[in-house]
Ligand binder design. Structure first.
Ligand code: FES
Length: 106
């Protein structure tokens, strides 16, 4: 499946073989996307996998749950309506073609 990460430096990392079932944090890290750190290993605790979801994809991706929203509060100064922690999003067929902008690291 295809997913594009737009890094904070403007470079676009296009991944053509994203594996369904993996989190987008794991996929981003595996492919060396700058700014996808994943310090907590996907535990929804560190906010180092923060991304902005492209407008077109917001409906299918959905909103963060309460736990994720609480972690996003740690980086509230750079949060937007379309902020998500990408360790909490599993790659799946419906997300083929997804585009994410990597949030700056604080
Ligand atoms: Fe830590 Fe996503 S990897 S919150």
């Amino acid at each position: 499946l295809k997913v594009t990460f737009v890094q904070d430096d403007g470079v676009e990392k296009v991944i053509e073989d994203a594996t369904p079932g993996q989190s987008l944090m794991e996929i981003g890290r595996f492919h060396g996307v700058a700014g996808i750190v994943g310090d907590c290993g996907g535990g929804c605790a560190c906010a180092t996998c923060h991304v902005y979801v492209d407008e077109k994809w917001q409906a299918v991706i959905g909103k963060p749950d309460d736990i994720e929203a609480a972690t996003l509060d740690m980086v509230s100064e750079i949060c937007r309506d379309n902020s998500r922690l990408c360790c909490q999003i599993q790659m799946r067929k419906e997300l083929d073609g997804l585009r994410l902008v990597v949030a700056p690291n604080l």
